[in-house]
Design a protein around this ligand. Structure first.
Ligand SMILES: [Zn+2]
Ligand SMILES: [Zn+2]
Length: 426
């Protein structure tokens, strides 16, 4: 019995290693990168293909904030590839698109994803455009964190959000975000007069979920169009971004549909949901076979259906997301995808990075710093206007214990250090 368990464990590991090697080789092959142990620059300098003391000039990872984006380049970063269940390894749906013209766009902002966005070391003023495919929490659950966390993190520009209508107004994006603002009434009130709140303005752009290939954004040479998606209820949509001859398509969540098939053909990068296999929904998620089949093939797109979709639209790079990508689930997803699709493929996990140009698509993983602090604002921050403070009731004020000497000391230290003259409250 014990021996049998060990054997099946070894086989699982072997499969995981084979799959990992296959995918890695695939990326390497496609990106034109070799597997040499030392860079060509170092090799040229040393006259050798290997050095025991020199650093490698190239490492096949992306360190946020260390690489310029070329004027004709698109960088796409997976900031959430998981499922509605919270887990440290994968946030829920979120994709960042950065363009060589300086524009950045967030597509979906599912639970947990704001943490990934923060790790990219981008000033929040540049993370000001969010496109929501549908109103499931795993696709917009962290919007409140980006909105409020962005203000605290130095965003002084409004946050702009685009999202679909519903069959009736209460199923639409505007209703959801009006109520999100209401939910944070205390939070917003608490910040009046205490911090620079110019970034707290929320601009909501709701558009018709039935619009087919309709442009909802056109600025600075970037066009974003919407197509209907089929998922759970009326309302969900998918997005197509085009810029500089490059085409990015993002499904959010959808069952295979005619609009995606018609309008995303030949995309440079096509990101489509690829749910966990129905069998793993039974085994890992502990669902009944009936629920697994319904959710896994009707509400969502299963890996084999995903493969079929990609075979029909033939992107330069097909990206699957929306499954827990582990050593024991990836082989099942890959096998099912490969039963219907044999083109370029990345089965994503969080912090996978795609550099897309007309000539090349390079796929790497980002390596992040966990000790993240916000970047500065793009303009000058304003000091708080104390006259805007709501303040406390007499009851709460009566409970204050003011260590006057201690606080006076802190104020004078800071005034001395920064050349300011801010009076300590009495
Ligand atoms: Zn959904
Ligand atoms: Zn989802």
């Amino acid at each position: 019995m014990k021996r049998k368990k060990l054997t099946s464990l070894s086989i699982s590991f072997l499969i995981a290693i084979v799959v990992a090697s296959y995918i890695y080789g695939n990326y390497q092959g496609r990106s034109g990168e070799g597997l040499s142990v030392i860079s060509s620059a170092v090799a040229a300098e040393t006259g050798s293909s290997a050095s025991p003391v020199r650093a490698l000039a190239e490492r096949d990872v992306y360190y946020p904030g260390t690489e310029d984006l070329a004027p004709d380049e698109m960088r796409v970063i997976a900031c959430g590839t998981g499922m509605p269940n919270a887990r440290p390894k994968q946030a829920a749906a979120c994709w960042l698109v950065e363009l060589g013209n300086g524009d950045k766009f967030i597509f979906d902002i599912g639970s947990g994803s704001s943490e990934r966005l923060s790790a990219l070391k981008i000033p929040y003023d540049f993370l000001d455009k969010v496109f929501i495919g549908h109103l499931h929490s795993d696709h917009f659950g962290d919007l409140g964190d980006l909105w409020i966390g962005g203000v605290i993190g130095n965003r002084i520009k409004p946050l702009r959000v685009w999202g679909p209508s519903g069959r009736t107004p209460e199923y639409g994006t505007k209703y959801a975000l009006d109520h999100m603002e209401k939910m944070f009434t205390w939070d917003s009130g608490s910040r009046l007069g205490n911090v620079d709140i110019r970034g707290q303005v929320l601009e909501v752009h709701e558009f018709d979920y039935r619009a087919v290939n309709q442009e909802i954004f056109n600025e600075n040479g970037v066009s974003i169009r919407t197509i209907p998606a089929i998922h759970a209820l009326d309302g969900p949509v998918s997005f197509i971004l085009e810029w500089n001859g490059l085409k990015f398509a993002f499904s959010s969540d959808t069952f295979p549909n005619k609009w995606w098939m018609e309008h995303t053909k030949g995309a440079d990068i096509a990101i489509h949901e690829c749910f966990i296999t129905p069998d793993d929904l039974v085994k890992k998620q502990k669902w009944t076979p009936g629920a697994a089949l319904n959710v896994g093939t009707q509400v969502h797109t299963s890996p084999a259906q995903f493969g079929k979709v990609m075979s029909l639209i033939k992107p330069r790079m097909a990206v699957g997301y929306h499954f827990f990508n582990d050593f024991d689930t990836l082989p099942n997803v890959l096998e099912a995808v490969r039963s219907t699709y044999d083109g370029p493929l990345a089965l994503s996990t969080d912090l996978m990075v795609f550099n897309v140009t007309k000539d090349d698509i390079r796929v790497r993983m980002a390596v992040i710093d966990e000790d993240i602090w916000p970047q500065p604002a793009v303009g000058e921050k304003l000091p708080p206007d104390a006259s805007k403070r709501i303040g406390f009731s007499d009851f709460i004020t009566s409970g204050r214990v003011n260590f006057k000497k201690v606080v006076d000391g802190i104020y004078s230290d800071i005034n001395e250090k920064y050349g300011t003259d801010i009076p300590a409250p009495q």
